[in-house]
Design a protein. Structure first.
Length: 603
């Protein structure tokens, strides 16, 4: 790690603390002009600098005022260092594209909606379709296959959930800590190694339980424990300690909720608020969400038809028997379900909604802490999900007691393919698959100090790999990439104020036999409906070859529902994109084999 340049400049919040409020909007950059202390102003101020320069100071009186204000800013802000941008990356687990209210959901998410209203919502932002690969992407800026955190055809080393990153694949925290940042992690990790061995000062990763409640088998069970609340509380504790003991440093916080991943566990009072909400069924909910997306102007394409033949990606027939007559493994027409099945399915969706609702409430508590610290405006906040909503159905952990209240600690329920289809509205398929339903995520960005736009949509292509380079760009940390390949992600900064700013033109996908490449609006995809033997997946991936590629081609500009296969119409394009998929696979395979001697544990 070398060459990082932490820079220091006054912010509007700093000036407000000094009582300099009036007139600031008109001339904040004048302050910077008058001071030799500051090397690079933040984007909002930089634009105003250009405007001010063109004005060329109409008169000397103006200049004197400017110099005086600059002196005041320095004099009353001795701790300029803590005005460097903070970062809060909030990651949800198995949340569907349309679950938050600001993406069309009926679930109450006022805190996420407020972040969207004060910032940006991206409508073409992607994850990797699965938990651990997305986390690796977020934390390193690389596709997970480059850093051995997901399998790919031809990969013979240990990849996937138990793969160990190459030495050069540092985490964001490992970049930021030597640059002066305090680094915090709260919640789920699912990356190789421990957070505190990978650049984080504090983490609660060790506090595990089989579900969202304390273990029912524990003697001294804490009946009040709820994981989502505990995760947020850890984040708040970290921030409070930061304010008390490290306020001269900026911070990076990775807040990774387990919600709303299975088991569906929620607090009774939260479930109660949604208990009767979903009895009209998944088709009705999809139509409702689609209509709300139209009203929000999201422009994410038509509603894809439900795929009745697509059920859970892994088959556990014996486990499903335990769940009783209410469970169904296919998203059948709602009217064909028995009354018992309808009630059971609607209850599961109510628990899912309650989990999302509670997560939003807890996000609100964390945001309130930031506001109390005076850091809300100066913290770059983003929110996303690690994959689409899940069609999986299984019973793990401490098992399922059919006589227990649904959503309580003794139950083990999963959302399943019916209401997962609704959670992913309007897209096709679910977590694990690389169709739009598996890989599309809400992406909310909020940063009043650096982004002028409020309540705006962004259609720029983006991916979880972009978060690390964006954060490092805003933190002004220069990358030392001598030990490994360049990051695949790109800084999203140009898109903050410009919906036409170039980001990616190309995104690559692979997960468990599901392949895709997006180039502009074109997407090729090749996929399997079901892989009932997940324990074979590494061997299966290693043996997959070009000959297996039965590609479909979609034009996402008009067909984000992935319904009209144009492969026969454009065979040359399919061939060119398939070749490109393999070219990138070759590169990623090469990258993953590169080991370097660079010490990544320098700090
Ligand atoms: Ca997940």
């Amino acid at each position: 790690m070398s060459g990082f340049k932490p820079l220091v400049f006054p912010t509007q919040a700093a000036l407000k603390r000094c009582g300099v409020q009036k007139g600031l909007e008109a001339q904040p950059m004048d302050i910077l002009l008058g001071s030799p202390t500051y090397e690079t102003p933040p984007p909002k101020l930089r634009n105003q600098l250009l405007e001010t320069t063109e004005m060329n100071f109409r008169n000397v009186r103006n200049l004197i005022w400017v110099m005086a204000l600059a002196g005041l800013a320095i004099a009353c802000n001795p701790l300029m260092a803590n005005e460097r941008t903070n970062f809060l990356v909030i990651l949800a687990d198995d949340l569907g594209f349309s679950d938050p209210g600001c993406y069309g959901g009926e679930i109450e998410t006022p805190n996420l909606d407020a972040l969207a209203a004060g910032g940006l919502r991206y409508t073409q932002f992607y994850n990797t379709a699965r938990c651990w690969p997305t986390r690796a992407a977020v934390m390193t800026g690389y596709y997970p296959q480059q850093v051995r955190r997901d399998s790919m055809p031809g990969a013979t080393r240990q990849y996937g959930g138990s793969g160990k990153r190459p030495e050069w694949a540092q985490t964001l925290a490992e970049y930021l800590r030597p640059a002066g940042y305090r680094t915090y992690h709260s919640g789920k990790w699912h990356i190789d190694g421990k957070p505190t061995d990978n650049g984080f000062d504090l983490s609660d990763e060790a506090t595990r339980s089989p579900g969202f409640f304390d273990s029912i088998r524990k003697k001294n069970r804490d009946p009040k424990f709820y994981r989502t609340t505990a995760t947020a509380q850890h984040a708040i504790d970290c921030l409070q300690e930061h304010a008390e003991e490290h306020s001269d440093q900026p911070f990076f916080h990775f807040l990774a909720f387990h919600a709303p991943h299975f088991p569906l566990h929620a607090l009774p009072e939260d479930i109660e608020r949604y208990r009767d909400r979903y009895i009209a069924g998944w088709e009705a909910l999809r139509e409702e969400r689609k209509q709300r997306q139209r009203e929000l102007g999201l422009n994410v394409g038509p509603l894809s038809p439900i795929e009745q033949e697509v059920g859970p990606p892994y088959a556990f027939p014996d486990q499903i028997k335990v769940l009783g007559e209410g469970e169904v493994t296919r998203p059948l027409p709602w009217e064909e379900l028995t009354e018992e099945q309808q009630q059971f399915q609607a209850t599961k969706m109510a628990i899912h909604a309650a989990m999302v609702d509670r997560m939003d409430q807890e996000i609100g508590r964390v945001l309130a802490q930031l506001k109390e610290m005076g850091q809300f405006e100066n913290t770059w906040i983003c929110f996303l999900s690690d994959n689409g909503a899940s069609a999986e159905i299984m019973v793990r952990g401490e098992g399922h007691d059919p006589s227990a209240s649904p959503g309580s600690a003794a139950t083990y329920l999963c959302l399943g393919p019916g209401f997962s289809s609704a959670a992913n509205t309007p897209f096709r398929r679910h977590k694990t698959w690389v169709h739009e339903g598996g890989t599309s995520t809400p992406f909310i960005v909020h940063w009043p100090e650096g982004i002028r736009a409020e309540n705006e949509l962004r259609t720029n292509l983006g991916h979880a790999i972009d978060i690390a380079p964006t954060v490092l760009d805003l933190a002004r940390v220069e990358l030392d990439e001598t030990g490994g390949p360049p990051m695949s992600g790109r800084s999203l900064k140009p898109s903050f104020d410009d919906n036409d700013a170039a980001t990616h033109n190309e995104l690559w996908f692979y997960h468990e036999g599901n392949w895709a490449l997006r180039q502009g609006d074109w997407k090729i995809i090749h996929s399997n409906i079901s892989r009932p033997f997940p324990w074979l997946r590494s061997e299966t991936a290693a043996n997959e070859s070009k000959e297996n590629g039965d590609w479909q081609l979609y034009d996402l500009a008009s067909d984000r529902a992935e319904q009209s296969n144009l492969a026969d119409k454009h065979p040359e394009r399919v061939q060119q994109m398939a070749d490109r998929w393999w070219e990138l696979r070759d590169q990623f395979l090469h990258d993953s084999m590169v080991d370097s001697d660079r010490s990544r544990r320098a700090n």
